[in-house]
Design a protein around this ligand. Structure first.
Ligand SMILES: Cc1cc2nc3c(=O)[nH]c(=O)nc-3n(C[C@H](O)[C@H](O)[C@H](O)COP(=O)(O)OP(=O)(O)OC[C@H]3O[C@@H](n4cnc5c(N)ncnc54)[C@H](O)[C@@H]3O)c2cc1C
Length: 285
């Protein structure tokens, strides 16, 4: 299949991208890794007047690791992220989650900005962004703004990004004393998950002192799981994990579709809570 006709722009600077967005916002599709956009064009589900290619824009593929943050430019490839030793040491959950995304041939093109702006509700990186409490940095000709990941993802394939805005980078906080993990259940490795879970725990004196959790595939966007988090707090993990699994499965209203029933997805989330809790406790020893 062939895409509908469009004008193609190949800018070199962020300012040039922002000028094109300001002039044509509603008619523009930004091309990052193309792993979602190109199929949408070829199936004629996307019909932009203009495609603006981000692949030669300077400064969008920077990885910066500080004591507080792992900052990933929008054009950082998932394949590169998976093998970045600094990121692996600073926030191992990123490489862990990325290893579940599709297959190496797709990850080598896919980008942080693309997966976040495409906003598939079962996607791994957006779920880690919500779970860890990342910040999405947006720019337009009108200025800049920073949006918490929890507010960025609105519903299926929809974010709060305005048509004239470019996502320039995502800042993932390094939360001292917490370790995050990601796990998921899919039909085959590389498929989008039925359910995915990002869980972060911090321990003090054998009890859970901090907990953050977000799930993929259970709503129109990645969602925090406050019931799970509060069921864990202040208790030894082994005592709390079954209550946390109950709380998590009760607080989601997942879709029922040809992949499975509501009860099926609730059961998968319970399993993931148990699996990840055991893994994180093992790390804490
Ligand atoms: C066979 C297959 C299997 C896949 N499996 C998975 C999976 O298991 N999990 C998963 O998460 N993903 C999966 N994907 C999706 C893929 O990994 C892509 O990462 C992702 O959907 C889009 O990233 P991209 O960089 O290719 O973006 P593109 O396809 O280029 O763009 C996607 C959308 O984001 C917009 N966009 C891109 N960058 C920016 C930016 N900086 N600012 C504003 N808007 C922007 C584009 O305009 C477009 O609307 C799969 C894809 C394929 C083809």
């Amino acid at each position: 299949m062939k895409p509908p006709p469009f004008d193609y722009h190949d800018p070199r600077t962020v300012d040039d991208v922002l000028a094109l967005l300001a002039a044509h916002a509603d008619g523009v599709s930004l091309l990052a890794g193309g792993q979602s956009l190109v199929p949408l064009l070829n199936m004629r589900l996307a019909r932009p007047e203009i495609v603006v290619d981000l692949n030669r824009v300077e400064g969008l593929d920077t990885v910066a690791v500080t004591d507080d943050t792992v900052s990933l430019g929008a054009m950082v490839r998932l394949g590169a992220l998976e093998h970045d030793a600094r990121v692996a040491a600073a926030l191992p959950v990123l490489a862990e989650a990325v290893s579940w995304v599709a297959h190496p041939q797709i990850r080598v093109r896919s980008t942080i900005g693309g997966t976040c702006c495409h906003a598939d509700p079962a996607a791994e990186v957006p779920t880690v962004a919500v779970g860890t409490g990342a910040t999405m940095h947006l720019r337009s000709a009108r200025g800049e703004r920073a949006v918490p990941a929890e507010e960025f993802f609105e519903t299926i394939f929809t974010t709060v990004k305005e048509p004239d805005e470019l996502l320039v980078r995502v800042g993932f906080p390094r939360r001292r004393g917490m370790r995050f993990g990601y796990d998921e259940i899919s039909r085959r490795h590389g498929d989008f998950p039925f359910v995915g879970l990002c869980l972060g725990l911090g321990f003090v004196d054998g009890g859970v002192a901090e907990a953050r959790a977000a799930a993929a595939g259970v709503a129109g966007r990645p969602v925090r799981l406050p019931g799970l988090e509060s069921a864990l707090l202040g208790r030894p993990l082994a005592d709390a994990v079954e209550d946390a699994a109950d709380a998590a499965s009760a607080e989601i209203t997942p879709p029922a579709d040809h992949h499975g029933t509501v009860a099926f997805r609730r059961g998968l989330l319970r399993t993931l809570v148990r699996r990840l809790s055991a893994r994180l406790e093992e790390h804490a020893r």
